[in-house]
Design a protein around this ligand. Structure first.
Ligand code: P70
Length: 457
């Protein structure tokens, strides 16, 4: 079956509020046309992020009751350790309360003398943690990965030629580590092939450069490998995952994604000296090494979530649900990024609103229209998030793409709700001439999209 039904039944439900158009109109104006300022209570379908928004299973909730909140050596820590060790293979495991702390701990140790860190595409927090630790974050995704509609099975691949050129240009002494993000979130949630992970690992290791994986969506990436890469169709998801990480020296993980939990993360690695220094900082900023900023019950929920996410029926439904939404929109003629990635569908606002100038924030205008029409919240990934003012000319510099990301939380929304989302978008698309552009009335110097206030032009 191409798009299988939900492989679970619902035991607990949380009502969501249906608002009227008038109520939504008042809410969005009060929020300064910024969806980060809207209370979750006023949202009908929340597709802001797939991070920390998963529904836990009855098995995970049962694990929560088995939480052992001892400061040191909690039994949940040992369970967590065994599961992470088995799946990812690294002997040194350091729990953190979310992914960006894992990044900060890794880069504060490895970038003591600065240096360049290549990646397919750095996620924003990864880039920020590299830069604030004195390093430089460079994106080397294959050119196909930057094309919004080209069909390629692994648009998240890191370009080996670009990596070789980079090493030649800057020298190994200036590249303290290399990374790959699976799936490639900033590139549209696109997967990375096993063959590419192997090749990148070989290039880095031949040059004596350690290789780390940003593992957030590792199970979704493994499912794509099973579907699309020769030689992996008969392998289990666990076997594929174990092979992916066997090529790396370590990983950073936000368990808020494929850990199927609401909070948590870790670093796992081979190098025991590096692990020792990281633990010293961990104790200073997060907590004792057997809990690292998490409760015992959180560690238990992650341990159980990491096992559940490897279930092929779950992944088949998960990837299928995202793909089905993309197909519905594509059939309706709505411009989206193709092929869809693992965790989100991206609306292409420049093709959706071709008449609107980038100076009027078309992706944000579209995100506002989605809320107005159906109480749906997506996130703008365009001029508001990535645009900046040129310090020399004072002119605005805009990114290539104006996107609205509809990230699908795991196990939270039914296919019927996804149909509703497609219908709302269809209605807006047919009526797109009515969408008005926006202008900034108030903004912060950094990360302005979180707090910006806008009005309609
Ligand atoms: C998302 C969230 C988090 C993330 C990630 C990758 C590949 C590290 C992290 C950090 C962030 C977000 C964006 C917009 C709205 C809400 C939230 N990604 N690496 O949705 O992990 O959050 O645990 O510190 O995707 O993509 P953490």
């Amino acid at each position: 079956m191409k798009h299988p039904p939900e492989p679970f039944k619902i035991k607990v439900v949380e009502p969501i509020k249906q608002t009227t158009r008038e109520e939504r109109e008042a809410v969005i104006r009060k929020a300064g046309f910024n969806l980060f300022n809207v209370s979750a209570e006023d949202i009908f379908i929340d597709l802001l992020t797939d991070s920390g928004t998963s529904a836990m299973s009855d098995n995970q909730w049962a694990g929560i009751m088995k939480g052992d909140e001892s400061y040191a050596g909690s039994r949940n820590w040992f369970h967590f350790y065994d599961v992470v060790r088995d799946i990812f293979g690294f002997p040194e495991i350091i729990p953190t309360h979310q992914g960006r702390v894992a990044e900060n701990l890794l880069f504060s140790e490895t970038l003591k003398n600065g240096g360049i860190v290549p990646n397919n595409n750095h996620f924003d927090t990864t880039r920020a943690n590299i830069e604030c630790n004195g390093g430089e974050a460079l994106d080397l995704v294959i050119d196909e990965g930057k094309d919004p509609v080209i069909n390629h099975p692994f648009k998240g691949n890191l370009d080996p030629t670009k990596l070789n050129d980079l090493i030649e240009k800057y020298g190994v002494e200036n590249i303290p580590l290399g990374m790959i993000t699976i799936t490639n979130n900033s590139g549209g949630g696109q997967p990375v092939a096993m063959q590419n992970i192997r090749e990148i690992s070989e290039i880095l290791h031949q040059n004596g450069i350690p290789f780390f994986i940003d593992a957030c969506r590792f199970a979704e990436n493994a499912y794509f490998i099973k579907q699309r890469e020769a030689d992996y169709a008969e392998k289990s998801i666990l076997e594929i995952v174990q092979e992916m990480f066997s090529y790396a020296d370590g990983c950073t993980m936000s368990a808020k994604k494929d850990g199927l939990v609401n909070m948590g993360g870790f670093i796992a690695l081979n190098d025991s000296d590096l692990a020792r220094s990281i633990r010293e900082n961990l104790i200073r900023i997060e907590g004792f090494p057997t809990y690292g900023g998490l409760s015992g019950r959180d560690l238990e929920a992650i341990a159980r979530g990491l096992r559940e996410v490897l279930d092929e029926h779950y992944l088949e439904f998960r990837i299928g649900q995202v793909e089905r939404l993309a197909e519905m929109l594509n059939e309706l003629g709505v411009p989206i990024l193709l092929p869809p990635g693992g965790h989100a569908v991206y609306l292409d606002a420049r093709r959706f609103l071709p008449e609107m100038s980038q100076s009027q924030f078309p992706a944000q205008a579209l995100a506002v229209a989605l809320y107005r029409e159906g109480g749906i919240r997506g996130v703008e990934i365009g001029g508001l998030m990535f645009g900046k003012t040129d310090p020399e000319t004072g002119k605005e510099i805009y990114p290539d793409l104006e996107l609205v990301r509809l990230a699908i939380p795991r196990r939270v929304y039914t296919n019927m709700q996804m149909h509703f989302v497609a219908e709302v978008i269809d209605k807006i698309f047919k009526n797109r001439d009515a969408i008005r552009g926006l202008k900034i009335v108030e903004q912060a110097a950094v990360l302005r999209h979180f707090t910006v206030r806008l009005e309609e032009v």
